[in-house]
Design a protein around this ligand. Structure first.
Ligand SMILES: [Zn+2]
Length: 206
């Protein structure tokens, strides 16, 4: 290699480097556009797209939160149901629309009535509105106020069975099932809620 060739080689290397940088800048720009498109599409689907896709984007719920409704089980002769809670939650701005256009105001995914009837709230694939900072978890609400009395046996049993079914479906352990009061400053689901018994029922295989 002569002395004259050296600067040329360096020069052409610099050029090559500049081209590569330009190429990588273009690639980076395209990647950014793709990422933004993906985020926008994801957000749209998440809010109102097909439920299976929303559920897939949302991923598996990281846990289950147990609530009480802090209402009597029956108000003015009418049992408090998922539909009643849906009405009660309307206007709080928690509503979410599914792919069919139906709006779910109710923040819980399931409601368990005093007689053990289980009613669906918002779909499992839809983000909840039941526990600040943990709405990626599924919310189960037992109708009643357990600050003063225990839930009826049938209701408790139904809530245990429902929780176990959801734990199996989403591969959750008992340690991923929480009371609302374990995650937020609230008394929910009430100090008369037999948490120890509930936890033990989740761990037994009946
Ligand atoms: Zn609660």
């Amino acid at each position: 290699m002569t002395e004259r060739e050296v600067p040329q080689v360096q020069h052409s290397r610099r050029q090559g480097g500049a081209q590569a940088q330009a190429r990588s800048a273009r690639g980076g720009g395209a990647l950014l556009v793709a990422a933004v498109l993906l985020m926008v599409t994801g957000a749209l689907v998440y809010r109102g797209g097909p439920e299976w896709l929303a559920a897939w984007l949302r991923g598996k719920p990281p846990g289950i939160v147990i609530h009480h409704s802090a209402t009597p089980a029956v108000v003015r002769g009418q049992p408090v149901t998922a539909a009643v809670l849906d009405q009660a939650h309307a206007g709080r701005g928690w509503g979410r629309r599914d792919s069919s256009g139906r709006v779910y105001h109710i923040g819980y995914h399931y409601v368990v009535l005093a007689d053990g009837t289980v009613q669906a709230g918002r779909p499992e694939g839809m983000r909840g509105a039941h526990c600040d900072g943990h709405n990626d978890m599924l919310g189960i609400c037992l109708v009643g106020d357990f600050t003063a009395e225990r839930p009826p046996a049938a209701q408790l049993r139904a809530a245990e069975d429902l929780t176990r079914r959801l734990m199996a479906k989403y591969h959750l352990s008992p340690s991923q099932v929480h009371r609302h009061c374990d995650l937020d400053s609230t008394e929910c689901p009430g100090k008369k809620f037999p948490w120890q018994r509930f936890r033990e029922a989740l761990m037994s295989d009946r």
